[in-house]
Design a protein around this ligand. Structure first.
Ligand SMILES: Cc1ncc(C[n+]2csc(CCOP(=O)(O)OP(=O)(O)O)c2C)c(N)n1
Ligand SMILES: [Mg+2]
Length: 529
């Protein structure tokens, strides 16, 4: 192969670091710049800033197998700052997932597998669809809760078959959004020790520097939730990143947040640390200057040095080894506990048990009872057959009747229980439910008064978009005002829920089924998908 033309220009000596680490990191940076430049749209700055973090995380910490993105034993990674999706696409391509350089070149094009905000189910290796800031943080909390729940139920002494971490990357916007407050508060309360957040502290949002709007002490905020907090002062310091992630992984009894000070569009002479680098191409001239400044060996767009690709692709061997080790442990587990192994397999495959609906109660039209009372009876009849059904309410379980009898209460150290008390956190509940559903092995149900579903609309929309089997029980939907007055039961609620009554089945289209229920339809409704 003929060597690529060398970029020429004024590179500082310090920027001419040609070590393999830097080459690998700059491959991510240049792919992000080039893809956004070619598409003439996208977000180059944050992938450029987070490239070292991604390198350390994917090389040394995250457990995954590019050949099998769905391997159950993998760690989960959620990019809550979904606009930085070129970071994820570049890393998925480089580590050897089923994603080619041509896919990267198709960034943000019609029909592409790299559509612009990473989508679950479309691009191999993408765990969660984000976009609305903060949602991914809640999804990660749900995934970590699912892991803790299944580990409690299925692990046996000497057989830690459910044992993985959940990582998320959050931006300033994620931290500002209320849903991250709700979800992280609950994660701290539940002491989800295998949850590791990384906060991209670049102090820039779209409208300018964060000192316009944001003076939270994020470290103390998370400490007050009961999280362990690590700080990395320089997002390019690989040793510090590695040490902070390792320290986070050692925390067994509380979640961790690693706060990394980064510089958006790192390396760009004129765009670094500016809001312009957030959501617009750098411009052809600036791309060239940045490549020169980084000491990049070529000006050819999408140039991937062989040594870099080869080094990144070691992830394939590492991943195959990790999965093989897990499978071996799983075989031993299956031999020792065949029933548990079969049950876990059934749950992960999403197969319903035989005769799961055999004992559903039948109600006559003349039965005088509140629909929520009927719903509670049906839920418990189903729950007896479907142990994967877990969930609860945003502090209204007694009213919505979403209570699993004898199910126990989920609490720190009692993650195997079935009743999740989300607290008065509807938005967090919706995002956490999506994380539970995405993780698999559990089927989440969440409930509140219909009118408070207004606080959950973003996660409901995402559940529909991702075809997630999340079950919502919204009660108190009478068009009469009720005793609590118009703020608690609005005649407008059923009307506003109607447009969600969509059942489009083609891929990519939302599927959300809402239906008003009478007692008889409570039973019938549970039978439909
Ligand atoms: C709920 C929601 N509101 C607004 C937006 C639009 N938006 C996308 S990114 C962003 C903020 C960008 O700043 P930051 O989150 O710090 O990301 P960075 O540019 O530093 O990567 C906004 C307001 C969004 N995606 N979701
Ligand atoms: Mg920011």
């Amino acid at each position: 192969m003929t060597p690529p033309p060398r970029a020429t220009g004024a590179a500082t000596p310090a920027a001419r670091d040609t070590s393999l680490d830097q080459l690998c990191i700059n491959t991510v940076r240049t792919l992000a710049m080039d893809a956004v430049q070619q598409a003439d749209s996208g977000h180059p700055g944050t992938p450029m800033a987070l490239a070292p973090l991604a390198y350390v995380l994917w090389q040394r910490h995250l457990r995954y197998n590019p050949a099998n993105p769905d391997w159950f034993g993998r760690d989960r990674f959620v990019l809550s700052a979904g606009h930085a999706c070129m970071l994820l696409y570049a890393v998925l391509y480089l580590t050897g997932y089923d994603l080619s350089l041509d896919d990267i070149k198709q960034f943000r094009q019609w029909g592409s597998r790299t559509p612009g905000h990473s989508e679950h189910g479309l691009t191999p290796g993408v765990e969660a669809t984000t976009g609305p800031l903060g949602q991914g943080v809640g999804n990660a909390v749900g995934m970590a809760l699912a892991e803790a729940h299944l580990a409690t139920l299925f692990n046996r002494p000497g057989h830690a078959i459910v044992d993985h971490c959940t990582y998320f990357v959050a931006s300033d916007g994620d931290m500002m959004e209320g849903v991250s407050h709700e979800a992280c508060s609950l994660a701290g309360h539940l002491k989800l020790g295998k949850l590791i957040g990384i906060y991209d502290d670049n102090r820039i949002t779209i409208d300018g520097k964060t000192d316009l709007t944001f003076s939270d002490d994020t470290a103390r905020r998370f400490e007050s939730y009961g999280w362990h907090v690590e700080r990395v002062a320089d997002g390019n310091d690989l040793g510090a990143l590695d040490a902070a992630l390792a320290a986070a992984r050692r925390q067994g009894d509380r979640p961790s947040l690693v706060i990394v000070r980064t510089h958006i569009a790192y390396g760009s002479p004129h765009k670094q640390d500016t809001p312009e680098a957030h959501g617009a191409p750098l411009g052809a001239e600036e791309v060239k200057l940045t490549k020169q400044r980084l000491g990049w060996p070529s000006l050819e767009p999408f140039y991937v040095p062989e040594e870099s690709l080869e080094h990144w692709r070691r992830a394939r061997d590492r991943g195959a080894r990790l999965e093989a080790e897990w499978r071996k442990r799983h075989d031993t587990y299956r031999a020792a506990h065949p029933d548990l192994a079969a049950e876990l397999e059934r749950r992960l495959a999403g197969r319903l048990p035989e005769a799961w609906d055999a004992d559903l109660p039948a109600f006559a039209p003349t039965d005088a009872q509140a629909t929520r009372a009927a719903s509670g009876k049906v839920l418990n009849a189903v729950a007896a057959k479907l142990p994967e059904l877990i969930g609860g309410s945003a502090d209204l379980a007694g009213s919505t009747n979403v209570v699993f009898k004898n199910g126990g209460d989920v609490a720190a150290g009692s993650w195997g229980a079935r009743n999740i008390h989300f607290g008065v956190r509807e938005h967090g509940m919706g995002a956490i439910m999506n994380g539970l559903a995405l993780h698999g092995g559990v089927r989440p149900v969440g409930s509140t008064f219909l009118i408070f579903s207004d606080y959950m609309r973003p996660p409901i929309r995402l559940a529909a978009l991702c075809h997630l089997p999340a079950i919502y029980v919204f009660t108190h939907d009478s068009i009469g005002l009720g005793e609590d007055g118009p703020t608690q039961r609005s005649p407008t609620s059923p009307c506003s829920a109607r447009p969600m009554r969509l059942r489009w089945s083609r891929r990519g289209a939302p599927r959300c089924n809402t239906r008003p229920a009478r007692s008889r339809s409570s039973s019938r409704g549970r039978r439909s998908p």
